[in-house]
Design a protein around this ligand. Structure first.
Ligand SMILES: [Zn+2]
Ligand SMILES: [Zn+2]
Ligand SMILES: [Zn+2]
Ligand SMILES: [Zn+2]
Length: 437
């Protein structure tokens, strides 16, 4: 039997502080190979593939929508995904899809206009992209996918998900052509191909191969419907979202998705002991070393961890309630969570499930849960292992209290072995002093 470890062990996260282990009942996991201090970096991981999370054809704002529902994406460099300042003289467009793009840039961009989609923050990003992620085939495929679409057709109207899957597939086929070794890593990540290709695979495979078939890849694989289905399964389980900056109204979406081969090995826990940070908009000089890139993910532990303990991330914001978490894990990741928090909250559902309607608006439910936990924990004056809220302490100490953020807080990395007292939110970036109770 070939486990992921066998295939992938050599490229995996065997850093100085984490190692791969098989854990009874949980499969392969990343565990601390030494005692870790709060804030310590356990992994820095670069993406093997990145793709924009902006729809291929941004829908034109509908006058029937209230302003709060007309979220306008900003424009990002199509290579490094930093925010593009249109006033900057260094912004350049793709030479192949540039006729309309250049015109759009001259006209000021207009915040995500479809024509100005493939812009770069400067000549360096453009030449890097033209040699890797934005080859002539990618350029042509994306243009044709965008142009294919009387807006009544599903790819470009209702199904934003299909558009993003199309972007992913174009990026993945391209990876097979420009970097067969990274493509093999992608194929080794978790995510079983379905027995029968699903609707998404059937539709997108037919669409891409009729609109703009990719050149034949080098190496041992060939593009087939089965491969397309397998790739979509990898994307679903392994893509990490790089978030847009938190807008003033608290609205926040994903600017790009990335496949991070090593970060994918962290298992899930509903009360994680580590969380991931990204610093996409950090200036080039701040990440100037050859081995560090602005699109890297950085995983830090949020509190001290003993040697041998598994290190887990939460695959979604920690404020989701028990039934929403279980549904999401079942539907998206195919498992049932039995973490300590879920064991406790499963009992709540048994006790309260009959009385409480579960169909409240999720947003409200989250607010209430959060407030409830906050109240309960403050009434008790903090941690009390005997009460029904053993993890209230976690929310109080490690969840960002900025409205609608739901980020997780971790200390800055220790310096010279001394833990930092500054907590950083992994979503909004807020820093605050750790005045823990
Ligand atoms: Zn750039
Ligand atoms: Zn182009
Ligand atoms: Zn859980
Ligand atoms: Zn925050």
């Amino acid at each position: 039997m070939s486990s992921a470890e066998d295939i992938h062990g050599q490229t995996t996260a065997a850093t100085a502080v984490v190692r791969m282990a098989e854990i009874e009942g949980r499969g392969r996991a990343l565990v601390a190979s030494k005692a870790l201090r709060a804030g310590e970096v356990v992994l820095r991981d670069s993406p093997i593939l990145l793709y924009s999370a902006i729809p291929l054809k941004p829908s034109s704002p509908s006058p029937s929508l209230s302003p709060s529902h007309r979220h306008q994406h900003r424009d990002y460099c199509s290579n490094c995904f930093r925010i593009l300042e249109h006033s900057s003289p260094s912004v350049v467009s793709c030479p192949s899809c540039s006729c309309t793009a250049a015109a759009a840039a001259v006209l000021g961009g207009g915040g995500g206009g479809e024509a100005g989609e493939y812009l770069f923050c400067g000549p360096n990003c453009r030449s890097a992209a033209l040699a890797s992620s934005h080859t002539p085939w990618v350029c042509q495929a994306l243009s044709r996918l965008r142009d294919y679409c009387p807006s009544s057709l599903p790819l470009l109207h209702h199904h934003q998900e299909r558009q993003l899957q199309a972007r992913f597939l174009v990026a993945a086929y391209n990876l097979a052509i420009v970097s067969p070794s990274n493509f093999r890593i992608l194929l080794c990540l978790q995510g079983k191909s379905p027995a029968q290709p699903d609707d998404a695979a059937l539709f997108l495979h037919a669409l891409i191969f009729s609109l703009c078939p990719p050149p034949a890849p080098h190496g041992s694989f060939s593009f087939s419907l089965e491969l397309t289905a397998a790739l979509l399964a990898k994307d679903k389980l392994n893509a990490f979202g790089l978030m847009e900056p938190l807008a003033k109204d608290g609205e926040r979406s994903v600017r790009a998705y990335g496949i991070y081969p090593n970060a994918s090995f962290f298992n899930h826990d509903c009360l994680p002991n580590a969380c991931r940070f990204d610093y996409v908009d950090a200036s080039a000089t701040a990440t100037a070393t050859a081995s560090e890139c602005n699109t890297d993910l950085v995983v830090r532990v949020i509190h001290d961890i003993p040697q041998g303990r598994e290190i887990c991330l939460s695959y979604f914001p920690v404020n989701l309630n028990h039934s929403d978490r279980q549904r999401r894990l079942r539907e998206d990741y195919g498992f049932t969570c039995t973490c300590d928090r879920c064991k406790v909250e499963a009992n709540w559902s048994d006790d309260e499930g009959d009385e409480e309607e579960e169909e409240e608006e999720t947003e409200e439910a989250m607010d209430e849960d959060h407030d409830q936990l906050m109240e309960d924990s403050t009434e008790d004056g903090g941690v009390n292992e005997e009460n029904n809220f053993p993890h209230a302490y976690f929310f109080l100490r490690y969840m960002c209290n900025r409205k609608n953020c739901w980020g997780t807080l971790a200390p800055l990395p220790p310096s010279n072995g001394i833990p930092s007292s500054v907590m950083e939110c992994n979503v909004c970036g807020d820093m605050k002093n750790d005045d823990a109770p």
